[in-house]
Design a protein around this ligand. Sequence first.
Ligand SMILES: Nc1ncnc2c1ncn2[C@@H]1O[C@H](COP(=O)(O)OP(=O)(O)OP(=O)(O)O)[C@@H](O)[C@H]1O
Ligand SMILES: [Mg+2]
Length: 238
Amino acid sequence: MQRLFSIKVAAPDQAETLAAEPKGATHEGSVLTARGIEKSYRRNLWSPRNRVQVLTGADITLGQGEVVGLVGENGSGKSTLMRILVGDLRADAGTLTRSGLVGYCPQEPLVYPRLTCDEHFELFGHAYGMTTQHERESRAAIYDSLGFERFAETRAERLSGGTLAKLNLGLALLPDPALLLLDEPYAGFDWDTYLKFWDLVDERRVAGRTVLIVSHFVVDEARFDRIVEIRDGKAWPR
Ligand SMILES: Nc1ncnc2c1ncn2[C@@H]1O[C@H](COP(=O)(O)OP(=O)(O)OP(=O)(O)O)[C@@H](O)[C@H]1O
Ligand SMILES: [Mg+2]
């Protein structure tokens, strides 16, 4: 397990500014505004100046109640941008302003192999600063909507890939965040769970919650309010 407590938990209605932009600089009605995000990685350990530039000035704004698709070819920088937006990775340049609580579902589930699903929810509920009652109610609703309560006492190391993906998504949903950032959340879901997932997203849209979803599925295009494509290191409307 890595990075559990790197989850950024901002108090609701508290604007969090992660760079030079002044507080409250989110655009009218937006929950997240990122401008000029740049990121490069070192290509290998032995040549520190040999860097690969992944993001070259990406701009993205997410409005309240929007469901936005984030697309782009493999390696284009979708996960890199999402990790920067959630605060899990530092940008080289740019500004990021967010308001409200953020839930993040990483592309690779970050779990403790030896902890059960229940124990994960307890731990994350604690990290999110939830009351025990709120955490238990939310956990029960997540088990119910994604259908994996029978694995409540199963350790993460014994879960199937699809059930692990449900746990990964469930942990992001737990605090009912204003903004959900989901990196290919339904890879491995069966058909029924896939449909339940979209019901959940629709409910969030109706409740005025914002969802950004990395997707490779052309068939999902119509489910998004709009689509942003990462290409040549920048974010383009599609
Ligand atoms: N920690 C790292 N160190 C070096 N290079 C990295 C690192 N993480 C990502 N990269 C590189 O940055 C580029 C963008 O990676 P990223 O994971 O953001 O792409 P992606 O669009 O999410 O791809 P996919 O669709 O395959 O998930 C790739 O070329 C990748 O190899
Ligand atoms: Mg990715």
